[in-house]
Design a protein around this ligand. Structure first.
Ligand code: GDD
Ligand code: MN
Length: 397
């Protein structure tokens, strides 16, 4: 953080050094901030603390409301951020100016119950834990009235964290947690500020951490609205991929491959259904090599191209997605690229067949399978290149 990112706080520093620093990232939370600060002060009572409001220059003037409160409450500090907009970046910025021995992160919208903060401090200070997670999934916690679909997403996310990252917490998506200063100072430098799952960045990168969970009941938002949309699932998968594989492989490429696999599955299913339904074959009369054309083949290719386009647009390249009428030309370009990809696939396959690569080792059908696979892989990479260069052009971050 540079000093220009913050507005200087014009109040005197708090009399005692804070033991706990509570960082609350905010974006358009003006109605919630006064309630949150009152709640935090009540919950922390006589534990010396500071409250750092890390606001991304909210259009609703959240920072102004917070600065007003800071004038009379020496525990409150306000960061009005103009750069690097984003939840994780705001949290990390807040942490970097925090002075407490224990650094907590809490949502500003009152969905996180501040009354468990003293418990979290106790687990870190007295039990020597490194991280305390406010958990909705352990005994005594709860999700409030979350829809079945949100619970399902949360369940899948937890499952992925366990299997892929080997992180054994019941609520890895929680935005409510506390870390010790030692943990922060050791691990913060490695954290990707573009991710949004700050907790996962800590516990997913450093397996040696002693992580405990403290239950709380997730409450409903009363004022303002949620900023996390359906791209949250995508961001989560990207974060997990990056944590697991490092930055050698572009995690978006993995999403792209994932979508490709789904496309293959859709293709096979549609083909099987169309065959069973007796979709007829037809002749074009143009060229003997392409006649007759199987109706089920055309249908399955058409459906899978459509599905792959839609998934890439809505999922893989969410940040660059097309909407409204622009979808039509984008789809045409996508189909064009798919045709190029197919030509590459066929071209590589034919070439490898002609030179008979590994034919003597693998035999006729084994070599054919290998040649087809190599063709498909090269086509996949060519398509990725074309798509990311001309269709869903990505800004480098
Ligand atoms: N500074 C800043 N910048 N703050 C932000 C931004 C941003 O770009 N986006 C969101 N926030 C703040 C909000 O103002 C709020 O205080 C907090 O981050 C959480 O945002 P919400 O928009 O309320 O998130 P949610 O309630 O949908 O999601 C919660 O549940 C998720 C699923 O378990 C959060 O706790 C997530 O962290 C959690 O993953
Ligand atoms: Mn919320």
């Amino acid at each position: 953080m540079t000093s220009s990112d913050t507005t200087p706080s014009d109040h005197p520093p708090a009399a005692t050094e804070p033991v706990v620093s509570v960082i609350t990232p905010t974006f358009n939370e003006r109605d919630n901030v006064p309630l949150l600060i009152a709640d935090l002060n009540r919950a922390l009572g006589d534990i010396p603390h500071e409250i750092i409001v890390a606001d991304d220059d909210s259009p609703d003037g959240t920072w102004e409301v917070a600065e007003e409160l800071a004038r009379t409450d020496p525990n409150v500090r306000v960061m009005r951020r103009f750069h690097d907009h984003g939840l994780s970046a705001a949290v990390l910025d807040g942490m970097s100016v925090a002075r407490g021995q224990y650094l907590a992160v809490i949502d500003a919208d009152l969905q996180h119950d501040p009354s468990i903060l003293p418990d979290m401090v106790a687990r870190l200070r007295d039990d020597g834990a490194d991280v305390a997670v406010g958990s909705r999934s352990v005994e005594g916690g709860g999700y409030g009235d979350w829809s079945a679909s949100r619970r399902f997403v949360s369940w899948v996310a937890t499952f992925i964290a366990r299997v892929i990252l080997r992180v054994h917490v019941t609520d890895p998506m929680s935005g409510y947690f506390m870390v010790s200063r030692a943990t922060y100072e050791r691990d913060a430098g490695r954290i990707n500020p573009r991710g949004f799952k700050i907790l996962l960045e800590f516990i997913g990168r450093d397996r040696s951490l002693d992580v405990v969970e403290v239950p709380f009941e997730f409450r409903n938002r009363i004022h303002g609205e949620t900023k996390l949309n359906r791209s949250i699932i995508r961001s989560y998968l990207l974060a997990v991929a990056e944590l697991r594989l490092g930055r050698q492989v572009d995690p978006a490429f993995l999403l792209y491959v994932l979508v490709g696999v789904v496309g293959l599955a859709v293709n096979s299913v549609v083909f099987a259904i169309a065959e069973a339904a007796g979709v007829p074959q037809f002749t074009t009369g143009l060229n003997e090599a392409i006649d007759p054309i199987y109706g089920s083949f055309v249908l399955s290719v058409a459906v899978s191209i459509l599905v792959v386009f839609a998934l890439n647009n809505e999922f893989t390249f969410w940040e660059q997605r097309y909407t409204g009428w622009k979808l039509a030309p984008a789809f045409v370009v996508f189909v064009g690229m798919s045709i190029i990809g197919t030509l590459v696939h066929v071209g590589v396959f034919t070439y490898l067949q002609n030179i008979g690569l590994l034919l003597s080792v693998l035999g006729d059908s084994g070599a054919r399978t290998l040649h087809n696979l190599i063709g498909a892989l090269i086509a996949l990479i060519v398509n990725w290149y074309l798509n990311t260069t001309y269709l869903w052009r990505r800004r480098l971050s």
